[in-house]
Design a protein around this ligand. Structure first.
Ligand code: EPU
Length: 336
């Protein structure tokens, strides 16, 4: 187990915030994590993190940051049609996707290149290009923070919705994910209808395979989303808001080109990126922070920004969307 005091979090948050944690603990197994949880006596609160790709540190963290180094991708069941694998929470998400693609397992390829680790994927219900990870997850293994006891959640018990799970809502701060089980298909199941996937595939003149689809998804993401190694960011800063159908219809009169997706009975989801773009924010700078010039949903650290500066920009952006469209947009990124 790694156990360090007054530890720099700079390499552990993709926004590139230069902050420190009172204590950093990294465990390589459930047993190590349980032993740590049972010994008590550590700076509080506890903050489990993956690669810190969805966090904004507003200052130094006075508690204990917990990071999983639990590795391993193990087949637990397979037949001709499908395979179930158990993956350690510390496995890098995209390495798991690459492995699945290399084995000819279908399901995760549209989620290529999403930053982060497997444990966080199950907390956050990551999604992209018409696929959400909840559709692949069968169960999630956790340890209870209070008792150290093992608890396995079924997919239904995780209560997944768009970018949400029981671990972010009702049971926030109660459990730490140690392993995630995924069911993948051995027979082709394609999701090609989102955005420009088909057009990009045609442009590449490539036969449709898991590898070519993964390559196209990676190309689309790289064209729109900044690489955190070059420019600090946390992907989509806001969630896409869901509004009542009546409100959408009223707005459509003035904005007939507003993109929209069905979101359940009487509800419509609209892209926050489009709303922010329409408020004129795309590519704008505000001191050391800014709105990405290729995707308005992404806020960027232009170098040496503080979390407070990002928060101020996010508030200004949200205020102008509220003023222009009467829609409240909520950060997807967690403020710490
Ligand atoms: N749009 C604009 N201007 C912008 C950005 C977007 O007009 O600056 C419009 C686009 O033209 C499109 C619509 O908004 O009509 C949606 O844009 P896009 O397809 O790029 O997706 P998104 O809604 O902005 C979501 C996820 C992304 C995910 C993509 C692809 C959320 C909050 N974000 O973004 O997830 O990669 O779909 O599936 O749901 C992330 O969570 O960090 C993330 C990057």
């Amino acid at each position: 187990m790694k156990d360090l005091r007054d530890y720099s979090l700079l390499p552990h948050n993709t926004f590139g915030m230069d902050v420190r944690a009172a204590r950093w603990v990294e465990y390589a197994s459930e047993e190590e994590l349980r032993a740590f949880l049972m010994q008590g006596d550590t700076p509080l609160p506890l903050l489990p993190v993956g690669s810190g790709s969805n966090l904004l540190f507003l200052g130094n963290f006075s508690g204990t940051v917990l990071h999983s180094a639990i590795q391993g991708i193990r087949v637990v069941y397979e037949n001709e049609d499908e395979v179930e694998v158990c993956v350690g929470s510390g496995v890098v998400w995209d390495e798991f996707v690459a492995y699945a693609v290399s084995r000819g397992w279908y399901g995760a390829e549209n989620l290529s290149l999403i930053p982060g680790e497997v444990g966080a994927s199950a907390v956050q219900n990551i999604g992209a290009y018409g696929v959400e990870v909840k559709d692949l997850i069968t169960k999630v293994d956790t340890l209870c923070i209070a008792t150290g006891e093992h608890r396995r959640f079924s997919n239904a018990e995780c209560r997944y919705t768009y970018r949400q799970s029981v671990f972010k809502r009702e049971m926030k701060g109660c459990y730490i994910v140690t392993k995630v089980f995924f069911r993948l298909s051995k027979k082709p199941v394609w999701h090609l209808d989102y955005g420009n996937i088909r057009a990009e595939l045609e442009k590449a003149h490539a036969e449709l395979t898991l590898e070519t689809l993964r390559a196209v998804i990676i190309r689309i993401r790289k064209a729109k989303l900044p690489d955190p190694v070059e420019v600090g960011n946390a992907g989509s800063f806001f969630m896409n808001p869901v509004i009542p159908l009546a409100q959408y219809e009223a707005l459509r009169v003035s904005y007939p080109d507003m993109p929209h997706y069905p979101a359940g009975e009487g509800k419509v989801k609209v892209p926050a990126g489009w709303l922010i773009d329409r408020c004129g924010w795309k590519g704008k700078k505000q001191g050391k922070v800014g709105v990405h010039d290729k995707q308005a949903l992404v806020l960027v650290n232009l170098g040496g920004a503080t979390g407070e500066e990002v928060r101020r920009l996010a508030e200004d952006v949200a205020d102008s969307v509220k003023e222009k469209f009467g829609i409240v947009i909520v950060p997807e990124v967690n403020y710490i």
